[in-house]
Design a binder for this molecule. Structure first.
Ligand SMILES: Cc1ncc(C[n+]2csc(CCOP(=O)(O)OP(=O)(O)O)c2C)c(N)n1
Length: 572
């Protein structure tokens, strides 16, 4: 059977627009060519991967086309995290190519992050020949079984003809709430066989599902009579682009909020993130009588306390993830798109608020604003006491870095223990701030590579703890190889500091054994400027805080991938 050049295959598409369902004639292609053509028809332009023998046909199919590129990673965790950064910054699915069982295994930690953090990924894994799997060849195992616990869907392709449909289904599964990763295993013998089914544009996904009117009514009743409501927003707010609606509701009910970029940056009621510990979270929420959990799990923590995570409060849980809604506690369930539902609630509250209610809400808002402003001022005062310390404190570092960042920066944040200090000086911007999701460290450096590919016109800066950075250092080479001028700032405290903090959190009141075994990054010290150079990246060590802002400015202006190694101490 003759095989068309892939460019011919693409030209057979009458339209790349989602929702255009016209069946179109197709020419002969292999399953691998159909796979890649279907990805292209779904709008995929980049595949992040690390190649192996079982992927030859797919690599050829990518190489034959000029509308889709392979971004080469030297470790599978880097490929997955870069794809996750791309997905989050572009709003599209991140596509990954991995090699057989060991390649999938190496990627699993970061696939876990995408799964629990609901980042849409399509991960293709090359499987050994289907015809010889029974012989248990080298590299082969049950890829679906490996992937299943940390993916929305894992599937091994059985016939070449099913390829276009399976790719379209995988893209749909990855992008419908709860968003997440899917794994497609494609045996290499099937990838080389002819595929006789057409590549088609995908169905349009329209997810602005409104809330049930009775449930909206229940939520409005609760909020109208609440004395101390609080909103806990999650990434579902970001996915549905509900920041304006969330801000409107926060202003209306005069609630305190605990937001990330889920809220407009100038909203003065924005408070802190919830803590990792169940006891701290319960204490923070204890003063509230109504908790609005929107687009979030309730709650995902490192040390949750068994039982109801929000005892004593009414919870209104809004979102499109049926598994998460009311999973751990009794709630008023509001299944629907976050943006649409928040808008519905705000509108009804607005309509029914009388003068008296508005007066109470205004007083409450003023009270919460004053409380938050006082806490912020006290923290800044505290920072000033050690302003001249050497090595510089995380707070001084944050101040200087923020002074050097351009207005339109996309910031990737894997700062770990420096995070609280960072957010005293940095205000996250909507769609320009990407924090670690899922708890597996080593995402930050490669995520910045994916963000830069998705946003070529924005400067991209990543902050990473020194410990976290070492899991994915080869992301530097990927950026250099593909000419992506990312700036990475390593927050170098020569330790896994969070593990000291968590030891105390975990055993409050007891004597935690400090320092925790295996947490020092000295002997030898990591020399990041030299490590960067070895990956083809410009590296600079910064010890003097007075030089940090200009070092950041210069790095961004240089137009080449640059790493800054910033020496910091551990004073809070
Ligand atoms: C893949 C993975 N391995 C190990 C851990 C455990 N862990 C969590 S934070 C951390 C150290 C972080 O150190 P660093 O990035 O230097 O930040 P710091 O705590 O010093 O601020 C480790 C090892 C993890 N979360 N994920």
């Amino acid at each position: 059977m003759s095989v068309d050049q892939p460019s011919t295959v693409v030209s057979e598409l009458e339209s790349d627009q989602p929702g255009e369902r016209t069946a179109r004639p197709h020419r002969a292609y292999t399953a691998a060519q159909a796979f890649v053509a279907q990805l292209a028809a779904c709008g995929v332009e980049s595949v992040f991967g690390n190649p192996g023998t079982t992927e030859y046909a797919i690599l050829d199919a990518i190489q034959e086309r000029d509308d889709i590129d392979l971004i080469v990673a030297l470790h599978e965790g880097v490929a997955v995290s870069a794809a996750a950064g791309y997905a989050r910054a572009s709003g599209k699915v991140g596509v990954v190519e991995l090699h057989a069982s060991p390649g999938l295994g190496n990627g699993l930690g970061m696939i876990y992050n995408a799964w629990t953090g609901q980042t849409p990924l399509l991960i293709y894994v090359g499987q050994n020949d289907q015809a010889s799997l029974y012989l248990e060849p080298s590299l082969a195992s049950d890829l679906v079984a490996i992937a299943k616990p940390v993916t929305k869907w894992a599937y091994e392709i059985r016939t070449s003809d099913e390829v276009p449909q399976i790719v379209r289904r995988a893209m749909k599964v990855a992008q419908t709430p709860p968003l997440g990763p899917v794994v497609i295993s494609l045996p290499m013998d099937i990838s080389e066989q002819p595929c006789s089914t057409p590549v088609q544009a995908p169905s349009a996904l329209r997810l602005a599902v409104p809330g049930d009117p009775a449930a909206i009514q229940d939520a409005v009743d609760l909020l109208a009579s609440a004395t101390s409501p609080v909103i806990v927003p999650g990434d579902g707010v970001v996915r549905s682009k509900a920041q304006a609606e969330l801000s409107r509701l926060a202003r209306l009910i005069r609630a305190g909020t605990m937001a990330e970029t889920a809220i407009e940056p100038d909203e003065p009621l924005t408070a802190n993130r919830l803590a990792l510990g169940g006891a701290e979270t319960n204490a923070a929420l204890a003063e509230h009588d109504v908790v609005v959990a929107v687009g979030t799990k309730v709650f995902q923590q490192l040390f949750p306390i068994p039982g109801d995570p929000v005892p004593g409060a009414e919870v209104i849980h809004i979102g499109l993830d049926p598994w998460e809604m009311g999973k751990n506690n009794l709630s008023t369930l509001l299944h629907g798109d976050e943006r649409t539902v928040l808008g519905q609630i705000a509108e009804q509250l607005e309509r029914r608020a009388d003068k008296d209610a508005r007066r109470r809400w205004t007083a409450r808002r003023q009270h919460v604003e004053a409380e938050l402003a006082a806490a912020a001022a006290a923290a800044l005062d505290h920072d000033r006491k050690t302003w001249e310390a050497r090595p510089m404190t995380p707070a001084r570092m944050a101040h200087e870095i923020v002074a050097g960042l351009p207005e339109d920066v996309c910031l990737v944040d894997e700062a770990i223990t420096a995070q609280p200090a960072l957010y005293r000086y940095y205000t996250p911007k909507i769609a320009r701030w990407f924090r670690l999701r899922g708890g597996g460290i080593g995402e930050g450096l490669p995520m910045a590579v994916g963000v830069k590919l998705a946003r070529p016109d924005s400067p991209v800066v990543a902050l990473s703890g020194d410990g976290s950075s070492m899991y994915a250092m080869t992301a530097l080479w990927t950026a250099a190889h593909h000419d992506l001028p990312v700036v990475w700032i390593i927050l170098n405290n020569a330790t896994y500091r969070i593990l000291q903090q968590n030891a105390v959190r975990r055993r409050p009141g007891e004597q935690a054994k400090l320092p925790v075994l295996g947490t020092s990054l000295t002997g030898p010290a990591l020399d990041f400027a030299t490590i960067a150079k070895g990956h083809g990246v410009h590296g600079v060590r910064v010890e003097d805080p007075a030089l940090l802002a200009s070092a950041v400015r210069d790095a961004v202006a240089s137009g080449v991938p640059t790493l800054l190694d910033v020496a910091i101490g551990i004073v809070r």
